[in-house]
Design a protein around this ligand. Structure first.
Ligand code: AMP
Length: 407
């Protein structure tokens, strides 16, 4: 995979730069931003551009406003929060295209920052409409994409707009996502141990297939383990499974054998008589090696925790995506938190591949001990499937090296 150019490779001083960021932040009931991780994540790129004297025009989506103006989804509060983070004013424009946006961009001094209104107020954004892309591009003279979380979507601000702007490069956030999810798993320090969990095999089968070419060990937890157990003819009781994906699971098991990948399923489980997700209750519970009818697997058991922790302790590279059980309920969260601790305490390059594992590692209090936490849910999974993301594909590549690769 050839490397994309980044903001370090170009001089954008004095240029109006359209920077696609992911400011899709959550709000609490009082209308306050409840988690500013995404704003903080964009700061290195914004600060670099400020230092370079670029004129920074930030564009983002927020929520799902259904292609019309809906002030419930205005980005105005984000401009205020960003100004606080930067310690300097951030202009806000209530339009993202048209004369008002043009004027706001033209008024930017070198090193100035402007945030445009929610790009999803326009149908052209998600339709990746060339007319809308062209209008958005006409405000600026260069393009930076730093929104990894939406890089798997070919929308106007993540992809289409790049047809009309040059240079077009990645920000630091996308650069580190590509480095950790890409280079570090492409050429891993070995042993490379992958740990995958979550609800569905179907969501992650393509990831498993791709990682079977790279990993030394794959540890499976969560409900998806039970579809693999079905494929092996084992009893799974009432556990959550996808019977129509049993063939896929069987193919993955076959590939693992052919490739010599150590592919492990739970050897014991926490089983519950009646999982009620909404009420947060499990009914009666016990530890069981086989899951009898009337019982449902809700977490990996203590022997599995031990086994997986040992594998993780000797790893040199770890990639983790998906919880080991119903971690939202305390009693069935032990496996997930034990894995979080094992990942954090390992002496390895540790990569948390987005989604619920990010929540789990943060909740476990170990997030500062891992090497990298991906900001993308769907984008991380698509990338780990080996797909080129549209928002990355449109960026300029570093020109060919003198090696024998096919850049
Ligand atoms: P995913 O989005 O595929 O990573 O799945 C995350 C969800 O899987 C979480 O909400 C977990 O509660 C759920 N999950 C994990 N293990 C199980 C299990 N054994 N039974 C039911 N749900 C599970």
């Amino acid at each position: 995979m050839s490397k994309v150019k980044t903001v370090k490779d170009v001089n954008l001083a004095g240029k109006k730069v359209l920077v696609r960021v992911d400011f899709n932040v959550p709000f609490d009931n009082a209308g306050k931003i409840s988690d500013d991780t995404r704003i903080v994540g964009a700061l290195p790129t914004i600060k670099h551009l400020i230092a370079q004297g670029a004129r920074i025009i930030l564009v983002s989506h927020l929520g799902r406003p259904k292609a019309k103006v809906d002030l419930k989804y205005t980005l105005a509060p984000v401009a205020t929060a960003l100004a606080e983070c930067l310690g300097k004013p951030v202009a806000f424009c209530s339009e993202c295209i048209g004369p008002k946006a043009q004027a706001a961009a033209n008024a930017l001094p070198n090193g100035g920052v402007l945030l445009l209104e929610n790009v999803r107020f326009h149908a052209g954004e998600e339709d990746n409409d060339p007319k809308f892309s062209k209008e958005l591009a006409s405000i600026a003279e260069a393009y930076v994409n730093d929104a990894f979380g939406t890089a798997h979507r070919a929308h106007a601000s993540t992809a289409g707009v790049a047809d009309y702007l040059s240079p077009k490069v990645a920000g630091f956030l996308i650069e580190s996502e590509l480095e950790y999810l890409g280079s570090k798993t492409e050429h891993p320090e070995r042993p490379f141990v992958v740990i995958l969990g979550g609800a569905k095999v179907s969501d992650k089968i393509a990831v498993i297939d791709n990682l079977l070419d790279k990993a030394d060990t794959i540890l499976i937890g969560g409900a998806m383990a039970y579809t693999f157990k079905l494929a092996l003819g084992e009893s799974v009781g009432n556990s959550l499974t996808e019977p129509d994906k049993v063939d896929m699971a069987r193919s993955a098991l076959k590939k693992a054998k052919e490739k010599g990948v150590d592919f492990l399923l739970p050897i014991d489980n926490l089983v519950a008589s009646k999982l009620d997700f909404a009420a947060g209750t499990l009914g009666e519970t016990k530890i069981a090696e086989t899951i009898d009818s009337g019982w449902e697997g809700v977490d990996i058991g203590p022997k599995t925790i031990d086994l997986y922790s040992k594998k993780l302790a000797s790893a040199k590279t770890i990639l983790w995506n998906g919880p080991m059980g119903v971690f939202e309920i305390k009693e069935s969260a032990k496996g997930t938190f034990a894995v979080a601790a094992a990942v954090a305490n390992s002496n390895s390059i540790s990569i948390i591949g987005g989604g619920d594992s990010v929540k789990a590692i943060k909740k476990s209090g170990h997030s500062d001990k891992v090497s990298f936490i991906s900001t993308g849910g769907g984008a991380s999974l698509e990338f780990l499937e080996g797909k080129e993301l549209p928002g990355v594909a449109v960026l300029e590549k570093v020109s060919c090296c003198s090696c024998s690769c096919k850049h």
